[in-house]
Unconditional design. Structure first.
Lengths: 127, 239
């Protein structure tokens, strides 16, 4: 019972931040999506009330773990754009395969440079 | 939320939600059978199975989307819930400081620019060019950002998933080619460029590598979803 209550509180806070984010984004005509404002609100809430962590975790962890399930309706709708995809399949393939591979390599390279010598022998004992 | 619920708490809604859940459970089982190989992502199996049932029952995708609205609606709250992993990695972020931020920003700028450039060179339609910009960030944020800049959210979801799979599959080979040996650097690159699927790959490389990847995924996701709409409104203001 206590767990169900915790779950409800967690969901309540998430929904509160979600709707507050949408209202704030819409009423101030922000170019930033409302859900992102909601994310920032929840982050602020977590920092203000550190006890909230376990409540949010109870509600959010199943949702975060099985996020892929939520994309199903959207991905099925992609059929409408089939023609656009086929007409540009080469460009899309290069953009996704070649550019992703290059970005991965370059991002890794930059990180090695930025971290300097620390990158290889980072002291992880403190974490 | 109310309309999403009323559409789902009907016989039809329940039917399609159940079908989707069963398909997803099968997808998860297959993913486990393949030892979590990125190419066996549960979403692929789920979408194929649901599409098969739609075809067999002669149901249109639009009708399915109305019935399964609840799932789509949950994308909003799940985006907000991303605050939790960020909050939990905060200590890591403070520990690595500016180096981590600079590394993530570098990857976060390189990946969309290269992808966009490939489409631009082939003069693909503008909507596609705008959609590909979000391909390296986590799906719910990518869909939200593309909606905001006039791209195609559904297509963004597909681009993002495929990018994650391709990035994870190619990562070992790419890191050898570019001689990136530090596992920390590999984790950051995977999280920045290949979001959640890349992070799942990084988990095999150790807990602290996975933590770096999660942090990279969160920061790049938020930064990109913030910067893209701002840049877009700036440019449309100019033009």
């Amino acid at each position: 019972m206590a767990k169900a209550g915790k779950w409800l509180v967690g969901w309540g806070v998430i929904l509160l931040c979600y709707y507050a984010g949408i209202v704030i984004s819409a009423s101030f005509h922000l170019p930033v999506p409302g859900t992102l404002v909601g994310l920032c609100l929840l982050l602020i809430m977590l920092f203000l009330f550190s006890g909230l962590d376990s409540f949010i975790a109870l509600a959010a962890t199943p949702l975060l773990t099985h996020m892929s399930l939520l994309f199903v309706p959207a991905v099925l709708g992609v059929g409408i754009y089939w023609q656009d995809i086929m007409q540009n399949w080469m460009a899309i393939a290069i953009a996704i395969v070649v550019s992703t591979a290059m970005s991965l390599g370059l991002a890794g390279k930059v990180t090695v440079l930025v971290f300097g010598k620390r990158g290889n022998d980072t002291d992880n004992s403190q974490i | 939320m109310i309309t999403a619920l009323t559409h789902s708490v009907t016989l039809q809604g329940m039917f399609w939600l159940t079908i989707t859940l069963i398909a997803y459970i099968v997808g998860l089982a297959i993913h486990r059978r393949c030892y979590g190989h990125p190419a066996a992502h549960p979403l692929i199996v789920t979408v194929l199975l649901v599409a098969a049932v739609l075809m067999l029952t002669h149901t249109s995708v639009q009708k399915y989307q109305v019935s399964a609205q609840l799932l789509h609606w949950l994308l909003g709250p799940v985006t907000v819930a991303l605050a939790l992993p960020i909050y939990r990695q905060w200590a890591q972020l403070k520990h690595y400081g500016w180096r981590l931020i600079v590394s993530i920003c570098a990857g976060g700028v390189i990946a969309p620019l290269l992808a966009w450039y490939s489409l631009w060179v082939f003069s693909a339609p503008t909507a596609l060019q705008l959609t590909i910009l979000a391909k390296s960030i986590t799906t719910p944020l990518a869909m939200e950002a593309t909606r905001q800049i006039g791209g195609i959210p559904a297509l963004a979801a597909v681009f993002v998933i495929v990018t994650g799979i391709v990035g994870s599959v190619l990562s070992g080979w790419v890191f050898r080619l570019f001689n990136v040996q530090s596992t920390d650097a590999q984790g950051i690159a995977l999280g920045t460029v290949a979001h959640g699927i890349g992070t799942a790959r990084a988990i095999h490389m150790g807990e602290d590598v996975a933590a770096m990847a999660t942090l990279a995924l969160c920061i790049n996701g938020i930064a990109t979803a913030l910067v893209l709409p701002l840049l877009y409104s700036f440019f449309s203001f100019l033009g």
